[in-house]
Each structure stands twice: as C-alpha cells, then as structure tokens.
Design a protein around this ligand. Structure first.
Ligand SMILES: [Zn+2]
Length: 239
C-alpha cells in the first residue's frame, strides 16, 4: 500500500515540475497568408513561439515548403505532423483531385473545399503537442468574417473546443484567433502593420492550385486573397 501511495506522490511532483508556460505560444502554421500573419502577430506578444504544420493530402502541398522556409526566416521551431488519414475520411475537393472544386459557395451548405473535421482535429493535435512542450497558448488564423461557409472557422466553435480541450487534458489552454473578425483586406492591413506585407505577398501559399504568391488567380482562395489586397490597397495604402 505504501508503494502505491509513494508512486502517486512522485507523479504529482513530476506534473508540477512541468508547469505550462503562459508566455509560450504554438501557432498552427500552414504557410498561407492568414497563419503567416498570425505567426508574426505571436512573435510580438509571446516570449517563446513555436509552430506546427499539418500534412493532410492537400492539393496545395507547396504551402508546407513555404511554411518551413518562413519559420526558418522567423527563427522559430517548426514541426510537421502527418495528418494524412483525414483525406480518407471524407470526399472533398481539397484532398481529392477527382472532385471538381466549387468555385464559390452555393446555398447554405459549405463548398466542397470544406474538409470536415479539419480544424477540430488539427487544433486538438496541436493542443497535445503544446502540452508536451508546456505551451499554454494556441494560435489559429481562422476567421468568421471571411469563413467561406466553413463552420469550423466560427468563434462559437473555437470557444467550445477550447473548453473541451481544457476538460480533456485538465489544462488551461487559451486559443487565440487574432483574425476572427478580419476580412481579407483587414488581414492585409495587419500584415502591413507587422511590416511583413512583402513577405506575405511573395512567399505564402494560399492557392488551391499550389501556386505561391498571388497564385493562379482563379480558385476561390486566390479570388478572396486578391480581392482583399485590392480593397486594402485602395482604402488604406499610401505610397
Ligand atoms: Zn489559386
């Protein structure tokens, strides 16, 4: 009986020695426009910033290379997680090249570029990594202002998941969503404020057809991005 009690005390001691660091943040970093802005936003606010990227069979695989290069420029740790199982769980045009891509949202259902469960699974996996690294803050670039009909980009979902993760791991994670109320023009403005406008313009990948920078110009993601940039340049930009 004594041995059991002693083991229990040891476990508690170990746990206390690994307290979560409230000055550390883990950025869910895809190499796209939004998460790149989030990464540099985080660097202004947290003493320790790390990044995690997911490989999930996405069409735009070059974004992973972009993410790795930008993380190196920012001088932060970068980790790739293999989440390719998600591609086999549903039929969607982002992970299945045989499904023609919706050009825009039709009706009230999400476009077929929606990958069901993606943010739920990615943020959950990131939280596990964060816990291992004693990182209390998670940062994701989701936005409900320009959410393209994706239900897992909405604030109500993020707040619900935050609570669930805290219950699941008995931690006090804080999920930050700096772009939640930002449309694409506002994301460009924030990039300007963070002095990374050229980096975001030239080195990020948001195009569903895997073309860096301003992309193919045709896919829904490129259209959103270029429309936002035009808006930002026309209303806020001064030479
Ligand atoms: Zn494109």
């Amino acid at each position: 009986m004594f041995a059991v009690g002693f083991t229990h005390v040891l476990l508690i001691t170990t746990y206390k020695n690994n307290a979560m660091d409230n000055n550390a943040a883990l950025v869910l970093f895809s190499g796209g426009q939004d998460s790149t802005v989030c990464l540099f936003w985080a660097l202004k606010r947290f003493a320790r910033v790390e990044s995690v990227c997911f490989r999930y069979g996405q069409r735009h695989a070059s974004e992973i290379e972009a993410a790795q290069a930008i993380a190196a420029t920012a001088g932060i740790p970068f980790r790739i997680i293999d989440a390719s199982l998600i591609a086999g769980l549903s039929s969607n045009s982002l992970t299945d090249a045989s499904v023609p891509m919706d050009r825009e949202q039709t009706g009230t259902t999400p476009p077929n570029t929606f990958v069901p469960g993606r943010n739920l699974l990615f943020i959950s996996m990131a939280a596990v990594v964060a816990r291992e690294r004693n990182i209390a803050n998670l940062i994701t670039g989701v936005s409900q202002a320009d959410y393209s009909g994706y239900p897992d980009c909405r604030d109500t979902f993020i707040r619900s998941l935050n609570e669930t993760l805290n219950l699941a791991m008995d931690e006090q994670f804080v999920i930050h969503t700096p772009l939640m109320q930002h449309d694409k023009a506002a994301v460009w403005r924030l990039a300007g404020e963070l002095e990374i406008l050229e980096l975001v313009k030239n080195r990020t990948v948001t195009c569903y057809n895997d073309i860096p920078g301003s992309g193919c110009g045709e896919c829904p993601s490129c259209k959103l991005r270029s429309h936002g940039l035009r808006q930002y340049l026309s209303t806020n930009y001064t030479n």
